[in-house]
Write a protein that binds this ligand. Structure first.
Ligand SMILES: *[C@@H]1O[C@H](CO)[C@@H](O)[C@H](O)[C@H]1NC(C)=O
Ligand SMILES: *[C@@H]1O[C@H](CO)[C@@H](O)[C@H](O)[C@H]1NC(C)=O
Length: 405
């Protein structure tokens, strides 16, 4: 009896405080900005570009935390810029599917579909899908052989975003990279999904550059290019519990192609599974780099490889399509790199390749508990190493840099 009464009182109090909270939010201009409300007028199966822009503008001006909501449904979105600074923490919650124009020529900025910029305490959430509709763009992509090829849209760019979270959403079939992170600090991707076919061109999952404190965790990335690619100026990156495949694996670099690149350091990749990827975990730098730089404190631990090509790879002679002078050495100094507890199957006989720069050997490379089997029949398991003297613990002989290149 007494307990029941207390429960009732609690419920009444909760209802009252919820009412006054939402009333307060209304008065202060915060709360939920639903793009399908009468004020913004978005309708499923129609274009919501203007509705979403208007709702964002109002939410961003709110002095208390606010949320822009895109409910379930399929919507066309020509393009969007979610720009700050906003007056208070802000969330974009997407439960619907947003479709980009299939023809990239319709975008005002040909290299961007959706831009998030200059935000602090931002959350992107919801179980929605950002569909780049890239099929047409992949067919037209000739950038691997045409350096002057026209720009192709990245699904989502994060520029100067701080103390923020991206969770649960999916990036689907981007025309180019799915996500590009630039000049960000303390940005976490959690339960993030990337989906595109294994043969889609240049569709890297998450590319990071010039950013500090990025976390990627509990995420699934299936795409046509690198799962995660780590560009110059990346510091304190943590990647945990990510699955990759299909795609090209997790890659640091390429580095050393352009002048004025910044060092890469503090990279921790842990508890990840790669399946049927072209490469495993790698560091790649171009020969003949225009300027010196470094890549250091890079650790790969507890990684499962399922039928992965080149599972462990450091390549300082990276020169696709012969776009460089291979005779001149790379000027990127690699040091303090460890590979610990890497196990599973390699689809190439060379399961370990550590080819460092001539005259600039890699320092402090460690391989511990490497247990890889070859899943093919083109010879037997081996390793290839140059300009490096790794510290080796519990690694079978064929993988222990036995063969000098
Ligand atoms: C990022 O991940 C690391 C390691 O799991 C964790 O200690 C840290 O708190 C995370 N940072 C954020 C901002 O979530
Ligand atoms: C190697 O990297 C780890 C982790 O980033 C760091 O704690 C350690 O100090 C580095 N060791 C050297 C010799 O630089």
């Amino acid at each position: 009896m007494g307990l029941k009464l207390v429960m009732h009182l609690v419920l009444i109090l909760m209802a009252l405080s919820a009412t006054s909270a939402s009333r307060a939010r209304e008065l202060l201009g915060g709360g939920v900005f639903d793009v399908t409300s009468a004020k913004y007028g978005a309708k499923p199966n129609a274009d919501i570009t203007q509705a979403i822009a208007n709702a964002w503008k109002d939410a961003c001006a709110s002095t208390i935390p606010s949320k822009v909501l895109v409910p379930k449904g399929v919507y066309k979105l020509k393009e969007a810029t979610f720009s700050g600074p906003c007056k208070a923490p802000i969330e974009l919650q997407v439960h619907g599917t947003l479709q980009a124009p299939p023809n990239g020529a319709q975008l005002s900025k040909p290299d961007t579909w959706i831009m998030f910029s200059y935000l602090d305490r931002f959350t992107l959430s919801g179980f929605g899908v950002f569909d780049g509709q890239g099929q047409q763009a992949w067919k037209a992509n000739d950038c691997h052989k045409n350096p002057k090829c026209s720009s192709i849209a990245i699904n989502m760019r994060f520029h100067a975003i701080k103390n923020s979270l991206v969770r649960d959403v999916t990036s689907l079939n981007s025309k180019n990279f799915h996500v590009n992170v630039l000049a960000c600090e303390q940005l976490t991707f959690q339960h993030f999904t990337v989906t595109a076919p294994g043969d889609s061109v240049n569709t890297d999952g998450i590319h990071i550059g010039r950013s500090t404190g990025i976390n990627i965790t509990d995420s699934h990335i299936a795409t046509g290019d690198d799962c995660i690619s780590i560009g110059d100026g990346t510091k304190q990156l943590t990647v945990t519990k990510v699955t990759c495949g299909p795609g090209h694996g997790i890659s640091i670099g390429s580095l050393g192609r352009y002048p004025k690149e910044e060092p890469v350091s503090g990279i921790n990749i842990k508890s990840c599974t790669l399946s049927n990827t072209m490469n495993g975990v790698r560091i790649k730098t171009w020969p003949n780099s225009p300027a010196a730089s470094t890549a250091s404190d890079i650790h790969f631990e507890d990684i499962i490889m399922n039928n992965v090509g080149n599972p462990i790879l450091i390549d300082q002679e990276y020169c696709p399509w012969n776009q460089c002078n291979k005779q001149a050495a790379s000027k990127i100094k690699i040091s303090n790199v460890s590979f610990r507890n890497i196990r599973g199957t390699s689809s190439t006989p060379v399961a370990v390749k550590i080819v460092c720069a001539k005259g600039l050997p890699c320092d402090k490379v460690e391989m511990t508990d490497i247990n890889l089997k070859y899943s093919g029949n083109q010879g037997s398991l081996t390793s290839q190493c140059a300009n490096v003297q790794p510290t080796i613990t519990r690694v079978s002989n064929p993988l222990a840099c036995a063969t000098k290149s």
